[in-house]
Write a protein that binds this ligand. Structure first.
Ligand SMILES: Nc1ncnc2c1ncn2[C@@H]1O[C@H](COP(=O)(O)OP(=O)(O)OP(=O)(O)O)[C@@H](O)[C@H]1O
Length: 441
């Protein structure tokens, strides 16, 4: 029987549902590591009293990152930023009061089954589902959804605008669109509109004839002509100079373009994909990007999410890159330590997947123990800082709660008097009682 970890339970209301499930119930009331069964795959946390949020923040850090967490809350708590942040960061699912026993039972059964499957699979294969180093890691629901969209759009010739922060995988999406299209045997040509020298952009994109300018000793094909029969990927499209925006627009409208110094319009059969990390609508408002070009490029939009918004991909990606760089440098492939996994999952990743790659590559080279540690990833101090901040907050909250309890006791349950002992108003006293889930007995 699998242990179901239950945290924060203070009432018997759910005993019926829980007894129907064939799990070994394991209640914990303090949040230290010793109490957590090592083989638990599912954890149900009752946050309806709200006051244990700091403690459960500790708890989840002690859990194996593959443990599924299900949270119970009251509907109004959806307005509480601390609680919604916790749910967004850690929960696999949540149920709101009044709890529907059928829904909860299904949720627990499903959560346990899936978590067990993941644990079994990942213990033999760290970066399920994708073992092939050429294939993207798509374990999060949001990336699975994105790649389903890619699959549907790829076989069409509709232009696609890929938007997302730097390092989120825009180029990866573009290459996948090409590989899954009918043009896959044709060329895939990338133009980085931000990286081309201003004077050469025109010739890079459209090509030039012999003698078109000083130094043009022979004629040369541009990227548009080179992409004939395949895909042209215009990266950082927001950086394309205004003059070239006009020429590109003409090509997109008429299929024709002029080489530099050439007299006869040329044609090329290409599918256009474009990517941007800047907000093109703002660029349009500021007169830096043409609205008509925007419409031409934006047949379909695909948004690549930030890494911090797809936590389920982080461990799979890290394992992938550990393997890639261990092979590249001829080193043993090491697993991530528990603290390294937690640090990876808690870090905000401003540089997205590219930053993850850099940290893992460094860690692979620097690690001199059996496992890759948070220190090797240069995330140890960040993790510690969070611990200190959390413990300070927990200490403050605990002291506050104790002071309230003592004041109620000494004042014999008279709120006015208890509030005056603590030098706070009656309203504040009630608010704090609510925060800590205290009641007058
Ligand atoms: N899901 C994924 N699976 C495997 N590798 C990934 C994934 N997403 C991104 N990467 C890798 O991360 C790196 C950065 O991705 P990519 O270059 O596609 O990002 P980008 O959004 O185009 O970045 P930029 O805007 O800086 O050009 C690449 O090496 C890419 O292969």
């Amino acid at each position: 029987m699998e242990p179901l970890l239950l945290a924060g339970f203070q009432c018997n209301e759910l005993n019926d549902v829980l007894s129907r499930l064939h799990f070994k119930l394991h209640y914990i009331n303090s949040y230290d590591k010793q109490q957590i069964p090592t083989d638990c795959a599912l954890c149900l946390i009752d946050l309806r009293k709200g006051s244990i949020i700091n403690e459960v923040n500790y708890l989840v850090r002690e859990l194996d990152p593959r443990v599924h967490i299900i949270v119970l809350i009251n509907k109004p708590q959806l307005d509480n930023a601390e609680i919604t942040t916790f749910i967004a960061q850690f929960a696999w699912d949540f149920c709101t009061s009044p709890i529907d026993p059928e829904r909860l039972a299904k949720c627990l059964g499903h959560g346990m089954g899936l978590a067990k499957l993941k644990q079994q699979h990942q213990s033999t294969e760290p970066d399920f589902p994708c073992n092939d180093p050429e294939q993207p890691i798509i374990q999060s629901a949001v990336m699975q959804q994105l790649f389903r969209q890619v699959e549907r759009v790829a076989p069409t010739d509709i232009p696609v605008l890929i938007r997302g922060e730097s390092g989120t995988g825009k180029e990866l999406v573009a290459t996948t669109l090409h590989q899954q299209s009918t043009r896959k045997d044709g060329p895939f040509i990338t133009v980085n509109c931000g990286a081309m020298a201003a004077g050469l952009v025109q010739s890079e994109l459209f090509g030039h004839e012999k003698g078109a300018f000083t130094g043009a000793t022979s004629s040369r094909k541009g990227k548009i002509a080179l992409a004939d029969g395949g895909t042209l990927f215009l990266d950082e499209i927001g950086d394309l100079p205004a003059e070239l925006q006009v020429n590109l627009l003409r090509f997109l409208q008429e299929g024709l373009f002029d080489t530099v110094g050439g007299g006869t319009p040329q044609s090329s059969d290409v599918r256009i994909l474009a990517a941007t990390h800047v907000n093109l609508e703002n660029a349009i408002d500021q007169g830096q990007f043409r609205l008509d070009l925007y419409y031409r490029l934006n047949g379909i939009t695909i948004e690549t999410p930030r890494l911090k918004d797809r936590r389920d991909d982080i461990i799979g990606l890290a394992n992938r890159f550990i393997r890639v760089y261990s092979n590249e440098y001829g080193l043993a492939t090491k697993p991530l330590s528990q603290s390294a996994s937690h640090a990876l999952l808690n870090y905000p990743w401003p540089g997205n997947v590219r930053e993850l790659i850099n940290r893992v590559r460094r860690a692979v080279v620097l690690s001199d123990t059996q496992q890759i540690s948070a220190q090797n990833l240069e995330l140890a101090s960040i993790d510690k800082k969070r611990h200190i901040a959390l413990s300070l907050k927990t200490l403050k909250d605990t002291a506050e709660k104790q002071a309230l309890q003592q004041a109620i006791l000494i004042a014999d349950g008279q709120v006015e008097l208890a509030a005056s002992y603590l030098d706070i108003s009656r309203a504040t006293f009630y608010r704090l009682m609510d925060k800590h889930g205290l009641q007058l007995t």
